[in-house]
Design a protein around this ligand. Sequence first.
Ligand SMILES: [Zn+2]
Length: 261
Amino acid sequence: MLIDAHSHLQLREFDADRADVIGRMQVAGVKTITVGVDDATSRAALTLAEKYPDCLWATVGTHPADGGLDNFNIEVLRELAAHREAVGIGECGLDYYRLKSGEDAVKEKQKEVFRAHIAVAEEFKKPLMIHCRPTKGTDDAYEDLVVELSNSKPHVPVVIHFFVGSVSVAERLLALGCYFTFGGVITFARDYDAAIAVIPLERIMAETDAPFVAPTPYRGKRNEPAYVGETVKKLAELKGISFDEVAYSTVATTRAVFGID
Ligand SMILES: [Zn+2]
């Protein structure tokens, strides 16, 4: 059994064959947490989690760069967060990847919305699923994330999804108690090996981020949770341990952090 800690099965990319995708996931012995990126997709994730209670859970939140920031309303997030199927708050965080210099107002808005997610996570005692993406070649968004987390010191687990930062940032986030998810990109790019080497196995979870970034040998195709084993295989290779050890550890960590079975 494996858990894909971060997927988006509610997105329209799966409208034509969602039941088949979930069927393949079940046959592969995979469960997943399907992540909201705005109010509508958070609601859709909750609906999906109600329909598949034994293999699928939801998180609710507003992604920093997917266009939902201007409509963000903390009361709506609180209402979504109250659902039993919501096992985490996010994805939320900071995304400077497409910002041009001088867009400081956008950064401030992202921080304001992120702080609201932290407050709701604390209120409902649910972990944070964080999306953080820096400007190319820098750690800028991670530097600000470290500041935000150091200031707020959330009393809930903090999960950094799809970590792309440097070893130095990884070490600072580890010191703050954060967990990390890694996905298909680690099967074909070597930029993550150094960070994976310093992050202890017990702080790591496996994800797909489906429908995005499929692992080798499915590269270029639509990704799906059934493929999460490819990431587990690569993590095992990089850590120099067995597939079963990584499978057991990532499942145990994901269960403990999100309070799921
Ligand atoms: Zn995502």
